[in-house]
Write a protein that binds this ligand. Structure first.
Ligand code: ZN
Length: 311
């Protein structure tokens, strides 16, 4: 555990009040007792702190290292080398005050068990490092859809490539475009059929290009706007990715398991209906009249069609 701790922490040098002169690592990753064993063995005070040996005169430093015996030969050469090393250290290496522990993950708030646990979790599961909590867990979206989006992010939904990895023997063909292999990224970001749905949806919702710079749905989620929406029009954008992925996935399932297909414009309208119902249930309807928006959407998607009854 000690090694783990020091991977994230370091000592900020002070005057050496807490640092053991011989056994701590305090000069360029060197332990003096290991490098100068004969001098260490002769030290009068083997448990000295750096501050016991370091002396300041004005802003200049000198080292006072009392020994039990006078050294000779190789041991004396070792002592001279050690003194040369110490004399090469500038006084600025020892700012006034005690050493401080710097906890690199959060230098301002310092060490906490929670912070250490988070660091270990990030090392173990690197995808969690930038996990877009605020984008995936949305209060106004049904929890089953949020869980689905969590699975999409982790590429855990039951696409054909995932099932094959688990040992299923299946032909891998995307049920939407019927051309390419089905993967999580393909279905939502790369599939020509799905991207066309997204592009039609862009006529009605303020969303960017799903294929702009990214072909990875996890990256799309990580870069989705996180600021809290100020009105229902912004809410509409905020939840559009959920509505799109969920509706496209339902269509994929209906094609895969029931062999039932509906055209893209109808899928776009279903996305609009999902957005409308989530906004309404979440009471996010204000200046932006979601009902009028949905009717406009319907009229533009299906011109020359007369509708009766509610949307
Ligand atoms: Zn496809």
């Amino acid at each position: 555990m000690k090694e783990v701790f020091w991977r994230f922490a370091q000592v900020e040098q002070g005057r050496g009040i807490w640092t053991s002169f011989w056994s701590d690592v305090w000069i360029e990753g060197r332990c003096l007792a290991d490098e100068f064993p004969r001098v260490a063995a002769a030290a009068e005070l083997p448990n000295s702190r750096v501050a016991d040996i370091l002396n300041f005169v004005g802003d200049r430093i000198f080292w006072d290292l009392p020994l039990k015996v006078n050294l000779r030969g190789g041991a004396e050469r070792e002592r001279v080398n050690l003194m040369n090393l110490l004399d090469s250290l500038p006084s600025s290496s020892f700012p006034a005050g005690p050493e401080r522990l710097r906890w690199n993950p959060s230098p301002a708030s310092g060490f906490s068990v929670k912070s250490m646990f988070q660091q270990l979790a990030i090392e173990r599961f690197p995808r969690e490092a930038n996990f877009p909590h605020k984008v995936i867990w949305q209060q106004i979206v049904p929890s089953k859809v949020c869980i689905f989006m969590w699975m999409v992010y982790h590429k855990k939904i039951a696409t054909v490539d995932n099932l094959k990895r688990k040992g299923w023997c299946l032909a891998n063909r995307c049920a939407l475009c019927e051309a390419d292999e089905e993967t999580v990224d393909h279905i939502f970001c790369q599939c020509n059929f799905a991207v066309e749905i997204w592009n039609i949806l862009r006529n009605f919702v303020d969303i960017g290009d799903i294929r702009a710079n990214v072909t990875d749905i996890a990256e799309t989620l990580r870069t989705w706007p996180v600021s809290t929406p100020e009105n229902s029009k912004q809410w509409c954008t905020r939840i559009a990715l959920h509505a799109y992925c969920w509706t496209v996935w339902l269509e994929r399932n209906s094609r895969t398991f029931n062999d039932e297909k509906i055209p893209q414009r109808v899928i776009v309208y279903k996305i609009g209906r999902a957005i409308h119902s989530w906004l309404t249930a979440g009471k996010k309807v204000d200046v932006f009249d979601a009902g009028t928006w949905l009717i406009t959407m319907k009229n533009r998607l299906f011109p020359n069609t007369v509708f009766f009854g509610p949307a």
